[in-house]
Design a protein around this ligand. Structure first.
Ligand SMILES: NC(=O)c1ccc[n+]([C@@H]2O[C@H](COP(=O)([O-])OP(=O)(O)OC[C@H]3O[C@@H](n4cnc5c(N)ncnc54)[C@H](OP(=O)(O)O)[C@@H]3O)[C@@H](O)[C@H]2O)c1
Length: 238
């Protein structure tokens, strides 16, 4: 599970523990200790340092999973950078501000390329797992068909690229029996270090996580179709 420090990732960790999973949670943020607090009462929760821009962290996580459980049933790829504070808009095409290339690369590495990199690193463990299920947090903003916004395009482009990466992994791994989930979690409230939620936005990450885990655990009749499903169970165009 990547990006588990707060928000949807943290809530999914709690849901999976409730469902008796042994969970390896990717720790990235030093200023959040919600995972450490939870670990005090959850022997099935293991924390692994996981910056998804760092392939060495991925290899170390794989070794830890191998050591403790010897297999991986379900991979949840959730980490993403959504926005960053910059002095000037750096991803808007207007011909005079200049795009911030290093920032674009950072977004793409984290939000798009990390997922296939992690699947590749963990594949030997996933092949030994019973579920063989791969879950990716995407967004409705990724949809080429539905996109009508103008302005900053950095985040949306990275989620579109994620979807395409998932499609390619699906084409490659579905014949081996792997099943895939692409999830749109809704406009979620930000979670602060003390666990409280911001007023803005509409969806509580805990509610979205319940639905996400339901989708992770259900067996669908139509596994030979790759679909993007939202937090209300609706299939979206992408
Ligand atoms: N919130 C929404 O309304 C919304 C809507 C649609 C889709 N989503 C997607 O839902 C997922 C979870 O969103 P959320 O609201 O729970 O967001 P969040 O609270 O920001 O959670 C994402 C986590 O990923 C972490 N992360 C960033 N770079 C990372 C890296 N290199 N390695 C490991 N972790 C890294 C973030 O840390 P930093 O904050 O330090 O970067 C953050 O802790 C994301 O994939 C997001 O794109 C969210």
């Amino acid at each position: 599970m990547t990006g588990a420090d707060r928000g949807l990732g943290f809530a999914v960790v709690k849901e999976l523990l409730k469902n008796d999973f042994c969970v390896f949670a990717g720790k990235f943020m030093s200023d959040y200790t919600l995972l450490e607090e939870l670990q005090k009462e959850e022997p099935n929760l293991h924390l692994v340092e996981l910056d998804v821009q760092n392939p060495e962290h991925m290899k170390a996580a794989a070794e830890e999973i191998e050591r403790i459980s010897g297999k991986l049933d379900l991979l949840v790829s959730n980490a993403a950078i959504m926005s960053v504070r910059t002095e000037k808009p750096s991803d808007i095409i207007d011909g005079n501000r200049g795009l911030d290339l290093p920032l674009l690369v950072r977004f793409f590495m984290t939000n798009s390329y990390a997922a296939p990199l992690l699947v590749d690193t963990l594949l030997p463990l996933l092949r030994k797992g019973e579920m063989k299920r791969l879950f990716f947090t995407s967004s409705e903003i990724s949809s080429v068909r539905l996109q009508r916004r103008n302005g900053g395009m950095r985040y949306g482009m990275t989620k579109t690229a994620l979807n395409l990466g998932v499609r390619m992994m699906y084409n490659t791994l579905r014949p081996e029996g792997f099943t895939f989930r692409l999830y749109q979690p809704g406009w979620m409230k930000h979670q602060f270090p003390d666990g409280s939620l911001a007023e803005s936005a509409i969806v509580d990450p805990a509610d979205s996580a319940k639905e996400a885990v339901r989708q992770m655990l259900e067996d669908r009749m139509d596994e030979d179709r790759l679909v993007l499903v939202d937090y209300l169970g609706r299939e979206l165009s992408f």
